[in-house]
Design a binder for this molecule. Structure first.
Ligand code: HDE
Length: 707
């Protein structure tokens, strides 16, 4: 077997096996010969296989024979297909792309990835939920992981962040407890991918440091509409270190170009049933259609003087620095433009480690970050089976790398030649380089060995209140409803009360509303705060989703119900208006084969109505013919389609013959509001799409949720 030269830019090479040349991607054979012929099936040893349908037997009805090495190898390999899933963030989805710096930070850091503008650095970015198993649903109420591996010319830098800027706990010591509490309960083995159970709220209510993060996970940040419409945060304070060895603190942010957007909770519950892969499908579809998601990298830079004067400890991961205090400087962009060739080889095997930093980027003493620096390397070794997981293509640096690490399971890069140590007399192998090499920030250290936390860590409520006060009233209602929903799933009344006791330190109105929603007989005493909360922290608009939405409907999706006899002209106008905005349209029909519109053409549908509830769309349009509407009147899923779109405050466009569909969905003429828009002429379509830019008609929501 001889490997020929790399023939394609995307790392595909042609490999000659015997008389066949097979294309090979970075992760393995693509099972196509270069000439397009079907290659011969072989064993792992390359032995051609004559029969892949029948085991070797003693006669057609006889016993199976041990001699069947092809069968044994095939089943043996199958038996070993699974590796342990990640202990947290098991369910994830990733894509390739690039990062390009637009504004150099060379005065603050020697890192070339943050110093050289205009260079496209390859990245691999994995989004994830935290608590659920690998096979759980995408719309769990949960934090989302936002992990980026930068393959820089100075080595790999992993920025392993979340879509929320703070965390549940302050010290890595508590991580196993926190994760045990949120995961399924150990005796029953459920609930899956949910924090709505006693163990989680028991732990949370006994750990006041969680309160700020609880506000975030009860907010709509925990049910994003798409990975594409989420922010990302490095969470901890990191360091940038310049050529003089001077350190500047930095917090990292990712800002989505398409604005923020979430779904509502009832919608999330239904999406999980209708399409558990909603987020991964969304990312895949966007990239495959050429609508590449993009984020700006932002940095908050600050010095010791700011850190010393700030109301909170910058080493405390349960606190953020409001953007009004330290503005986010946008310094580059990340574009995800290529899906994986193979989910397992790339998305599953990618191993992020917070300890992966490059010269010019360093750590602070945040006790959570310090703990993470141990945990990630350790967990990858177990998950991927040994210390050579860095040899897997998705984890290997794309810059040259040389060291004398050797052997172990699956070693691929053992050094050639005699020398496997340094210094050596053989003139072989790499040597250290004090000029280019990584230097840790020379922070002066002193102090007693102690198990304590910084004094300011003890303020658990002030920023929780600041977050709440920064929300629109719609968002505040969602937070209140989320607390009520989750605590209603707790079976132990004392736990419900204990949470409300904390909320009294955040906001009395919220505490009262949650207590009423749970029907607590009495408002519990406020929990005694470990440190007196600060009053009067100003609201920060950047903390709200609705104040940071998109200014266009681009990248969003409209579900259009069509039937035989749908007005071809109206539909064409709608498709054109959506296209001009950069929005996507999916046709939903009684049969997926499609419908004949008034111009006699057969239009294929994307979905059959029974499989396409309105929760899968950002806005909906009803364009049936009169006969079609009559037919759909007998279809329960068509009724739910309308009723849900209404309840979820979506914009609903309807054609001349759709009145009966609206009525079936429970929308009377008295219910018609400005979010329900008549589309009787082709000229109405542009204005409809413009209305959709608001994403939801929130004013309706209060009418549809009385309990
Ligand atoms: Fe993680 N975390 N984490 N975490 N985390 C893991 O590493 C851990 C924390 C985050 O897409 C694990 O490879 C500890 C904060 C993401 O593959 C593990 C602590 C933040 C991912 C681990 C934290 C994160 C992980 C499990 C507290 C946001 C998925 C599998 C000290 C800043 C990466 C793995 C991917 C994964 C440990 C807290 C983000 C066990 C000990 C804070 C995005 O090593």
């Amino acid at each position: 077997m001889a490997d020929s030269a790399d023939k394609r830019a995307d790392n595909r090479i042609e490999v000659t096996i015997g008389d066949q040349t097979v294309e090979r991607g970075p992760q393995g054979a693509t099972h196509q010969t270069a000439k397009g012929e079907t290659p011969t099936l072989t064993t792992q040893q390359g032995v051609p296989v004559a029969d892949d349908q029948n085991t070797l037997k003693a006669g057609p009805r006889g016993a199976s024979l041990m001699e069947d090495f092809h069968f044994r190898e095939k089943i043996f390999h199958f038996d070993h297909e699974r590796i342990p899933e990640r202990v947290v963030h098991a369910r994830g989805y990733a894509a390739h792309g690039f990062f390009e710096l637009t504004d150099s930070l060379a005065e603050y850091t020697t890192a070339s990835v943050l110093g050289k503008t205009g260079v496209q650095v390859p990245v691999f970015t994995r989004f994830s939920t935290v608590a659920g198993a690998k096979g759980s649903s995408d719309l769990a109420r949960d934090v989302r992981g936002f992990a980026v591996k930068f393959y820089t010319e100075e080595g790999n830098w992993d920025l392993v962040g979340n879509n929320m800027p703070v965390f549940f706990i302050q010290d890595a010591m508590k991580f196993p407890d926190m994760v045990h509490a949120v995961k399924e309960e150990p005796d029953s083995g459920f609930p899956q991918a949910q924090s709505a159970h006693d163990n989680f709220w028991d732990f949370a209510s006994l750990s006041p440091e969680t309160v700020h993060m609880l506000m975030w996970v009860m907010s709509d940040r925990a049910i994003p509409r798409s990975f594409r419409f989420m922010e990302g945060f490095g969470v901890h304070s990191f360091r940038l270190i310049n050529a003089e060895g001077k350190s500047t603190y930095v917090k990292f942010h990712w800002k989505p170009k398409s604005g923020l957007q979430s779904v509502v909770w009832n919608e999330a519950l239904k999406i999980n049933g209708a399409d558990p892969d909603f987020h991964r499908r969304d990312l895949w579809d966007a990239i495959q259609s050429g609508d590449f998601p993009e984020w700006e990298l932002g940095v908050q830079l600050f010095d010791d003087a700011f850190a010393d004067s700030f109301d909170f400890d910058i080493l405390d991961a349960t606190k953020l620095i409001p953007e009004e205090l330290v503005p986010v400087r946008r310094v580059g962009r990340m574009v995800l433009n290529r899906v994986v060739d193979n989910f397992f080889a790339e998305t599953e095997q990618v191993a992020f480690c917070t300890q992966n930093v490059v010269p010019g980027i360093g750590f602070t003493n945040d006790p959570l970050l310090q703990g993470r620096n141990f945990s990630y390397l350790d967990t990858q070794t177990k998950r991927l089976g040994g210390p050579n997981f860095t040899h897997i293509p998705i984890n290997a640096p794309k810059c040259p790398f040389h060291n004398f690490q050797q052997d172990g399971h699956m070693a691929m890069h053992n050094p050639k030649g005699r020398a496997n140590y340094e210094p050596n007399s053989w003139g072989q192998g790499p040597r250290e380089n004090p000029q280019r090499g990584y230097r840790h920030y020379e922070e002066a250290l002193e102090g007693r060995k102690t198990r304590e936390r910084g004094e300011l860590f003890a303020d658990h409520y002030s920023q929780a209140r600041q977050f709440l006060m920064s929300q629109t009233s719609t968002e505040r209602t969602h937070i209140k409803n989320a607390f009520v929903f989750e605590l209603s799933k707790c079976q132990t009344p004392a736990i419900r009360s204990r949470v409300v006791a904390h909320l009294r330190n955040v906001d009395e109105d919220l505490a009262k509303a949650v207590a009423a929603g749970l029907r607590l007989e009495a408002l519990p005493e406020a929990a005694p705060p470990a440190r007196k909360p600060l009053t009067g922290l100003p609201p920060s608009d950047r903390l709200s989703i609705l104040k940071n939405g998109p200014d266009s409907f681009a990248g969003r999706k409209i579900g259009v119900v069509v039937t035989d006899g749908t007005d071809a002209e109206l539909l064409k106008a709608l498709l054109e208006a959506a296209k001009a905005e950069g929005a996507n349209v999916e046709l939903i029909a009684p049969e997926v084969g499609g419908v004949k519109t008034t111009d006699g053409k057969l239009l294929a549908a994307g979905q059959k109505i029974v499989g396409a509830p309105s929760v899968l769309y950002d806005a909906v349009v009803l364009l049936p013919s009169a006969d079609g509407a009559k037919r759909l009147a007998g279809e329960a899923t068509a009724r739910d389609f309308v009723a849900d779109a209404y309840a979820h405050a979506k914009f609903i466009g309807y054609g001349r013959d759709a009145e009966s569909m609206l009525a079936k969905g429970g929308i009377t003429s008295a219910d018609k509001d400005d979010g329900i828009i008549s589309l009787s002429a082709a000229g109405d379509m542009k204005a409809f799409i413009q209305s959709c830019r608001a994403l939801r008609f929130w004013a309706r929501e209060s009418k549809t949720h009385s309990v």
